[in-house]
Design a protein. Sequence first.
Length: 367
Amino acid sequence: MRVGVVKEIKNSENRVALTPAGAQRLVAAGHTVIVEEGAGVGSGFVDAAYTSVGAQLGSGGDAWGSDLVVKIKEPLEREYPYLRDNTLFTYLHLAGVSPALTDALLRAGTTAVAYETVENASGELPLLAPMSAIAGNMSVTMGSYYLAKFNGGSGTQLGSVLGESNGVVMVIGAGAVGQHAAMTAAAMGARVRLFGLRRDKFDGNPRLAELGVDFIDSSPDTIAQAIPEMDLVVGGVLLAGARAPHVVTEEMVKTMRSGSVIVDVSIDQGGCVATARPTSHSDPVYVEHGVVHYCVTNMPGAYPRTATLALTARTLPYVEQLAASGEDALRADPGFARGVNTWQGKVCYEPVAQALGLPYSPFSTRV
């Protein structure tokens, strides 16, 4: 099979969907790998690293014209003309981005397989987890940075000063984002409250309790009561493939102290804070109701080397299956088939169909 590796064009997005080591494995299996020139440079992989293992360099059109296209972020509008009836394997977040992308995928007849909705045998999201972990860690470092007075923050430093804890952090969501954010903030010395719906997730990570993180059952009342005293609020709410619910209302934001910070990691799926709107690495923040909002839609792109290595370690086995067996690989694995968001001009992931008001048609597991 011909596998294309596309260079990302989203603002400050330097990750790449296939490393030279991954390309080498595909070539050794008899596949043709076309890498768009410069695709890996931002992650530290020069073009020669790919050609030295048997991959070919080409234009964007060459890579997009492959049987299987692998990338990192959802196609942007200027990439829509490249869409066709092949297989695209990437993050899509169709419920949270412009409906125009879904329309373009349907018109092109693309089999669009989303990293974020692929499930393993336990129902977990193995291709979302590594980026969620990085974004969770990063949410606290960015939140701490924008709390600095010269950045419009309150001037509160998160962390321990001579044994005294400084700063109070609310983390909403007990998944990978929330747990990593909570551990990072607590390790710095801040007081951390993790709001979640499932205590078992909290209890399943003993490190949280060891660091002194408090678990609180999440509800509109508990969030509203606690949010006025928070210096940093991290939103890490996830409903797989669906638009994130607004668990922080505008009225709640209005009660926060001036100069406090919100980092909405859920912004890829529309955001879990009512006042959140997408931002970019080049223009990451804005202030509303006196609160600094950081809502970058591709946070892990700030650390492309780490993010690329962590992500491709998880995605490569799936890429190999698609390259070897095409759609049969999806039919053979129900969890992999959950990644199919569009196929033959139909929406095949129900939460996306519901979010966009489109008909839902299950992916056919029959040949």
